[in-house]
Design a protein. Structure first.
Length: 232
């Protein structure tokens, strides 16, 4: 039998959702939807004395936290992500009575938590707007010839929350010159050159960048030199 990938060490009990069909090394039940590794051997939840617990999928942080608080016994459920080569949390196993008590607690303060979420969303939106505005202003300072609407579009794209783009990096939030220039270059590359068409035709990324480098630099130079022309 192929060995299961060893999950990372965690505090508390750990349950695995296997990717392959597994049978319990004790009672031979299977295929198992969830299992516990004991000395490298898979055990079903009943053999691991966890069969009375119920599964709560991830997604509701407050309910998960309170369910674990209300349960004398609980376990974290994970599944291996082949693409990322790591285990990822899927939810928790908790006592049914503990889950019921946690649901009652969440219902009791649901309105307060909803209002807090609305306030937090508003605060984040204001922070995002300020960052995008400052980013656009820095683009215009470095590239005075860049059209104002284009600068705003570049800033909004680069600083979108959760995007992982340069504007959300530490350097981007600090408005470092390198981060701002990177965002502008990326925009020019995709919107003002044949870069995307080259990629779609099968040209390797580095070769595609080499081919459009002159066009990118030409646009950047034009946007930079507008300041000189204006001063003259």
């Amino acid at each position: 039998m192929a060995q299961l990938a060893t999950p990372p060490a965690r505090t508390g009990l750990l349950v695995i959702q296997p990717l392959k069909r597994r049978r319990c090394a004790g009672c031979q039940a299977g295929p198992l939807q969830m299992l516990v590794l004991e000395d490298g051997a898979p055990r079903c939840l009943d053999c691991a004395d966890l069969g009375h617990l119920v599964f709560l999928p991830r997604g509701d942080t407050a309910l998960t936290r309170r369910s674990r608080e209300e349960s004398a016994l609980s376990a974290v459920v994970v599944r291996f992500n082949r693409r990322k080569s790591r285990y990822e949390r899927q939810g928790v196993l908790v006592e049914e009575a503990g889950l019921a008590r946690a649901e009652q607690r969440c219902l009791a303060d649901a309105e307060a938590r909803r209002r807090r979420r609305v306030r937090d969303a508003g605060r984040r939106a204001r922070e995002d707007a300020r960052l995008a505005e400052a980013f656009a202003a820095e683009i215009r300072r470095l590239f005075p010839g860049c059209p104002e609407a284009r600068a705003r579009d570049i800033a909004a794209h680069a600083s979108a929350r959760g995007s992982g783009r340069v504007g959300r990096s530490a350097a981007g939030r600090a408005l470092s010159e390198g981060a701002v220039i990177s965002a502008v270059v990326a925009s020019v590359r995709h919107l003002d050159t044949q870069y995307d068409q080259l990629l779609m035709s099968g040209v390797p990324r580095h070769e595609a960048r080499r081919r459009i480098a002159v066009a990118v630099e030409r646009t950047l130079r034009t946007w930079r030199e507008e300041e000189v022309a204006g001063v003259g």
